[in-house]
Design a protein around this ligand. Structure first.
Ligand code: 2M8
Length: 469
């Protein structure tokens, strides 16, 4: 069991590559953030800006929380899963009814899940959004189990969550295979989690924006306008979400005006399929189907989205059938996968450390978008700044593929930036100056994970070759 008491923490994880004392200070600070943002059944990403439960945030939060309290980490995931729709989708937001409607937009009265989502099987007792986020959940469930396998088994955690996680993955591999090419598509930029990435500019340009006078942007009450998406982009986000809602959140072929195959979402889908194979083996279910699917998805990802000239994976616009030439950091995330050809791994490491992403050079943390790109901006939401969840995934991927020096350097930068910025939502990739909100939950959670597992078995090894409880 890897779980450890906080008081014994410092002695165990002090490491030469971090300033003396930093691990204990960072651990205690991170733990305080997670305690403050805990609502009693889940964790808000940020008290001010994001006062509800977010889907992939909760998965990343559970990955860190497992070191502090495996029970709370299980609860985090199970609370999210109670809001799952009957068609298998896990909504990207689960709304807290105690929070005023004006605190976040789009609010529950915009999504109207329990009525507009009725046909798709939205729950009647809780209000949610109708779109999704990347599937980090099975991976998180597996890692949470491994933090304390005995307690997890006693509580029947994996047995309870497994069928729901399978339904979630099948929603993505089934209804969301909009291109019919064996990959999942996103139907809204928010589904990527990288909301305002320049990768969406081209497909988004086709969408008629909603009139900005018809809604109030609560994000501008908290965030700096210059760092947030423009009104024009927001108008398009709103139009896309409203038209999905008005179609009953149906995923009928040809009905989506925006459909993109995103490398990060598909890589996380594959990593989660590996995790489901591990979970299946523990609960005496059959892992074979998951392993076959992981292999097929990996083949499709390589065939459809790998671009040797770019040295990375590129998004594909399913409606035009064309690659999107923008280099978003999403295209490096498949590094978390074990079964990649050597030349693909080598190219991804070269791209991460080369002129486009600058790791080990001008960038202290990997930017969300190409440093040389036409739309690069070190401050604007997902158009350049560095995020901690993304850098955590890259750190795991580099370590998995034996790029230990780069992984160690990235880990040290992430830990020192998280601590120095008060666990900022995101940072300037060159200076690590804080941006967005502070006391951000996944920044705190992943800080704890990096501290507690300095030389972890990387994600895919954990998902594939770990011993069973
Ligand atoms: C941001 O996204 C929300 C919409 O879902 C927003 O901008 O209002 C993104 O950074 C996303 O990845 C994240 O899950 C969410 C909550 O932290 O905030």
């Amino acid at each position: 069991m890897r779980q450890q008491k906080p008081e014994s923490f410092g002695a165990h994880v002090e490491r030469a590559d971090l300033p003396p004392g930093l691990p204990s200070i960072a651990y205690n600070g991170a733990q305080r953030v997670l305690a403050r943002n805990w609502t009693g059944s889940s964790t808000v990403p940020s008290r001010a800006l994001y006062p509800h439960q977010w889907s992939w945030d909760s998965a990343f939060i559970a990955i860190g929380l497992r070191h502090v309290s495996p029970d709370r980490a299980q609860r985090e995931l199970e609370t999210l899963l109670t809001a799952q729709w009957q068609d298998g989708r896990i909504p990207h937001i689960v709304f807290n009814p105690a929070v005023p409607l004006t605190a976040y937009f789009p609010s529950p009265d915009f999504w109207r899940s329990s009525t507009a989502g009725d046909k798709a099987g939205a729950p009647a007792t809780v209000e949610t959004s109708g779109i999704v986020q990347p599937p980090v959940h099975a991976l998180a469930a597996w890692l949470v189990h491994r933090a304390d396998p005995a307690a997890s088994t006693r509580r029947g955690f994996l047995r309870r969550v497994y069928p729901r996680l399978v339904a979630w993955q099948r929603y993505l591999t089934g209804r969301r295979d909009l291109g019919g090419r064996g990959l999942a598509s996103i139907v809204h930029p928010w589904e990527s989690g990288m909301d305002n990435s320049p990768c969406w500019d081209q497909p988004l340009a086709r969408i008629e924006p909603a009139d900005v006078r018809t809604f109030h942007r609560a994000d501008l009450d908290h965030g700096c306008r210059a760092d947030r998406p423009t009104d024009l982009d927001y108008g398009r986000y709103v139009r896309l979400a409203a038209s999905y809602r008005d179609r009953g959140y149906a995923d009928d072929a040809g009905s989506h005006p925006f459909a993109v195959e995103d490398p990060a979402l598909n890589a996380l889908l594959i990593a989660s399929e590996h995790a489901l194979a591990e979970i299946a083996a523990v609960i005496d279910a059959d892992p074979a189907d998951h392993l076959v699917r992981a292999e097929e998805l990996t083949t499709n990802l390589l065939k459809r989205l790998w671009n040797p000239d770019a040295g990375m994976f590129l998004c594909q616009d399913v409606i035009t059938g064309e690659h999107i030439t923008e280099r978003g950091v999403s295209g490096l995330i498949p590094l978390i996968l074990p079964d990649l050809p050597d030349e693909v791994v080598a190219a991804l490491v070269r791209t991460a450390t080369g002129e486009h992403f600058g790791l080990g050079g001008p960038s202290r943390l990997a930017p969300s978008y190409d440093l040389t790109g036409r739309a690069f901006d070190p401050s604007r939401y997902w158009r350049g700044p560095a995020w901690f969840n993304i850098n955590w995934l890259l750190e795991r991927g580099l370590r998995l593929h034996g790029a230990t020096e780069q992984a160690d350097a990235l880990r040290a930068e992430a830990l020192s930036a998280a601590n120095a910025t008060g666990f900022a939502e995101y940072v300037d990739p060159f200076t690590c100056e804080a941006r967005g909100s502070q006391d951000f939950s996944w920044t705190a959670a992943l800080t704890i994970d990096l501290l507690m597992e300095p030389h972890v078995e990387p994600l895919a090894t954990q998902a594939q070759g770990a011993s069973h409880a």
